[in-house]
Design a binder for this molecule. Structure first.
Ligand code: HSE
Length: 308
């Protein structure tokens, strides 16, 4: 194993409409790059951050916090330097803190000849995610580490199920350029939900899992509904109803908030359908003063990986 590796740690979509805090999928279009290097000096240091203005102090940076959590358990006979080339915009709703938190732990593990399982990596990365969002969830971290679609069966004890990805599934990611903090978007949510809505939501989640296993695009479409979270959070996202309506009218299988927003995702069958959705949604934001990014991504079935 070399003394230095470069990795790419992908962006992810959490919740996927009906799976709040448990379901997520991995994107292949955007991801943080990180260089992790072994050092003779013990400890963890972050030596460089490019892309966004984030703290170099390891105790204030999600990548540093998760790296330290793993380091303190593994107690290796060396230290590590981390360089972060941040590409996933913080606060964009596509798992920015998870890509950083997962990247550092994955890199350290790889340089130590992999003493940790993927599930262990998720556990340590969750400590960085907790610092960012003040809540313990792994629905971004799990797909970032495993790739594809993942279901977090439970966080304590941690149990993650890998779900299949139908071949022809594409995601359109629409990012209006406002920032929503996950902790603030979570503060909007009630502690209890009506039984009727909970029943509908579990039926949707169960049928979505079945649809992924059987590549049943019609059933994917019927299942992508969120009765619990979207009604409360959509007011944070400008023109949300119009965007969703345009996506569905132009062939999207479903459309909902990506994680805690402000990004919105639409799942589509095929690249042509995704292109039509991208065009229709772009027209909506182009008529407003809101700056936005929009891109199409295949589902990344590989997850985080070493690039050199
Ligand atoms: N499940 C999380 C939420 C994802 O929606 O709050 C964002 O980190």
């Amino acid at each position: 194993m070399p003394n230095e590796i470069r990795i790419t740690s992908p962006a992810t979509v959490a919740n996927v409409a009906c799976g709040f805090d448990v379901l997520g999928f991995c994107l292949d279009k955007v991801g943080d790059e990180m260089v992790i290097r072994k050092t003779a000096k013990k400890g963890i240091s972050i030596t460089k951050i490019e892309g966004y203005n984030l703290p170099l102090n390891v105790n204030e940076n999600v990548a540093g916090i998760s790296a330290l959590a793993a380091y303190n358990v593994l107690k290796p006979n060396c230290g590590f330097e981390i360089e972060i080339y941040k590409k996933v915009k913080p606060g964009s709703g596509i798992g920015s803190s998870s890509s950083s938190a997962a990247g550092s732990v994955f890199g350290i593990n790889a340089l130590l000849d992999r003493p940790l399982s993927k599930s262990d990596l998720v556990k340590f990365a969750m400590q960085g995610e907790y610092y960012a969002s003040k809540s313990e969830h792994a629905d971004n971290i799990a797909p970032c580490i495993y790739g594809g679609f993942t279901l977090v069966k439970s966080v304590d004890p941690l149990k993650i199920l890998e779900l299949p990805t139908p071949d022809d599934l594409f995601a359109v990611i629409i990012h209006p350029q406002i920032e929503i903090k996950t902790s603030e978007a979570r503060a909007l949510l009630p502690l209890n939900v009506p039984l009727y809505s909970a029943i509908k939501q579990s039926a949707n989640l169960g049928s979505l899992v079945h649809a992924l296993h059987t590549s049943n695009y019609q059933l994917i479409s019927e299942s992508l509904n969120d009765l619990l979270i979207e009604p409360l959070r959509k007011k944070l996202i400008p023109n949300y109803n119009e965007v969703k309506e345009a996506a569905l009218k132009n062939g999207a299988l479903g459309c909902s908030i990506s994680g805690s927003g402000p990004s919105v995702f639409a799942l589509c069958k095929g690249n042509d359908s995704a292109s039509s959705v991208k065009k229709a949604v772009s027209q909506i934001y182009s008529r407003t003063a809101i700056n936005f990014d929009i891109f199409i991504s295949k589902i990344n079935t590989e997850g985080i990986k070493i690039v050199e």
